[in-house]
Design a protein around this ligand. Structure first.
Ligand SMILES: [Cu+2]
Length: 112
């Protein structure tokens, strides 16, 4: 009786373990990091990520901002309140960026 119950549940258990392993390993490879634009500043100003990660810039201000890479690698449209712009960094290095409308707003993404 007891062994019959175990045999019945074994495939389900294997499927559950496989699903749990997948759920844990996929986000570990590429994560999404949020940079908030607030009070005319990028927060955090310096963000360290791993190659393959995505940075999501979210505008929390009531003013339109944009995100422009110093080296021209990316250039967002004007972001209204609550709008966002995402960019995946595939190579290691230090990437400086600023707001296209307010050049004094600067930030840095460090990709390891
Ligand atoms: Cu701005």
């Amino acid at each position: 009786m007891r062994s019959a119950l175990l045999m019945l549940h074994r495939p389900l258990l294997v499927a559950l373990v496989a699903t749990a392993t997948l759920a844990v390993s996929v986000p570990a490879f590429a994560k999404e990091v949020t940079v908030t634009i607030s009070n005319f500043a990028f927060s955090p100003e310096k963000t360290t990520i791993s190659a393959g990660d995505t940075v999501k810039f979210v505008n929390a201000d009531d003013t339109v901002h944009s995100v422009v890479a110093q080296d021209g690698a990316f250039h967002s449209d004007g972001l209204d309140t609550d709008d966002s712009f995402s960019y995946s960094f595939t190579t290691a290095g230090t990437f400086d960026y600023h707001c296209g409308l307010h050049p004094f707003m600067t930030g840095e993404i460090i990709v390891n």
